[in-house]
Design a protein around this ligand. Structure first.
Ligand code: UDP
Ligand code: MG
Length: 327
């Protein structure tokens, strides 16, 4: 009987202090799971430190490591996409390389998978590693996102999850270039089981997500899965017009009763500025969506590969598909 193959997909961006420890932990868990064939697809997302050299060394020690070097830093979502495109296991597990996602959880994930789950979500138990502001902003993002979009992204759940082959294939059918992974994962659905885990501190280094990056990721999430921010302007417009109409009627009445009344400079200014602001916000929201359409229609590849070990056999399926589609 052939062993089932499990692919761990790990993106590495300036993780020099973590490479060695990551593979040591995975090697240990691999030894605990002799009935599976566990491989790692490590994607170097344009690191500027020694990460790539360390990955090459790791591959010499561990032949079950597949290495992909992207031509520059494309961002975590793109790095994950590159890894998923190459992961050919019967089950695939995206995992952070900074060891905030304990590889040991694989054992429980596999149990659930064997019992028939197609997706095994890892939900972090507590957010003690996050600051207060981070907690509040995360909570409000999920609330807002889930309120206005049809796809419900679960709270406290990241990219760390086990996915059946079928789920990965479904993901690969989604053609968008801008890939908000959490949303895409939720969009494809499938039979899902959630298990808890302890989100630990980074083994080494510091997080590369600052406030601005997270804000943009949040915008990406909202605009990828909801058009509510676009549609709301119709209602805002109706509301404001209605108020203006009522106010107009009031002025006519007042003029009829009290005669002509010239003052009103301040209220005029306030009204103009308010409406100017509302219009600019509306245009800004429109811009967010138009900008995304612009990026999507260019159909650029999600990532570019500099080198790969072992050398790509089936080429990059994603890019081949783009060529076949005539792009
Ligand atoms: N990462 C990446 N490309 C980036 C930023 C991050 O591949 O541009 C990887 C990083 O190496 C790590 C994972 O994504 O494995 C999560 O990143 P990080 O720990 O910085 O984020 P946080 O855990 O704070 O959300
Ligand atoms: Mg991290």
């Amino acid at each position: 009987m052939t062993k089932k193959r499990i692919s761990l997909v790990a993106p590495f961006y300036n993780e020099s202090g973590n490479v060695h420890e990551f593979f040591r932990r995975v090697a240990a868990i691999r030894a605990d799971l002799p009935s599976y064939e566990v491989e790692v697809v490590a994607v170097n997302d344009g690191s500027r430190d020694g990460t790539w050299n360390e990955l090459l060394q790791a591959r010499e020690a561990y032949p079950w490591v597949h290495l992909v070097d992207l031509s520059r830093n494309f961002g975590k979502e793109a790095a994950l996409t590159a890894g998923l495109d190459r992961a050919d296991g019967d089950a695939v597990v995206p995992i952070d390389s900074d060891l905030q996602h304990p590889p040991e959880l694989l054992v429980q994930m596999l149990e659930q998978w064997e019992r028939g789950a197609e997706v095994v979500l890892a939900r972090r138990m507590d957010r003690h590693t996050d600051g207060r502001l981070q907690k509040i902003s995360a909570t409000s993002f999920y609330r807002f996102h889930n309120m206005i979009s049809n796809v419900q992204v679960p709270m406290d759940v990241g990219d760390f999850r086990l996915m059946d082959r079928r789920v990965v294939q479904a993901l690969q059918q989604l053609p968008e270039n801008h890939r908000f992974m959490k949303g895409l994962f939720a969009w494809v659905g499938f039979r899902t089981v959630t298990i808890p885990y302890d989100h630990t501190d980074r083994h080494a280094g510091k997080s590369s997500f600052n406030f601005w990056k997270l804000w943009n990721l949040a915008l990406e999430g909202i605009t990828s899965f909801s058009t509510a921010p676009l549609k709301i302007w119709t209602y805002v417009g109706f509301g404001v017009s209605l108020l203006a109409l009522l106010y107009g009627a009031l002025i006519v009445l007042r003029t009829l009763v009290q005669g002509v009344d010239v003052p009103g400079y301040a209220s005029l200014m306030a009204g103009c500025m308010f409406l100017g602001g509302v219009q600019l916000i509306g245009i800004g929201v429109l811009g967010e969506y138009v900008g995304r359409i612009y990026h999507e229609v260019k159909r650029r590849p999600v990532y570019l590969v500099r080198e790969e070990h072992p050398a790509a056999d089936a080429a990059d399926e994603r890019q081949v598909r783009l060529v076949q589609d005539g792009y």
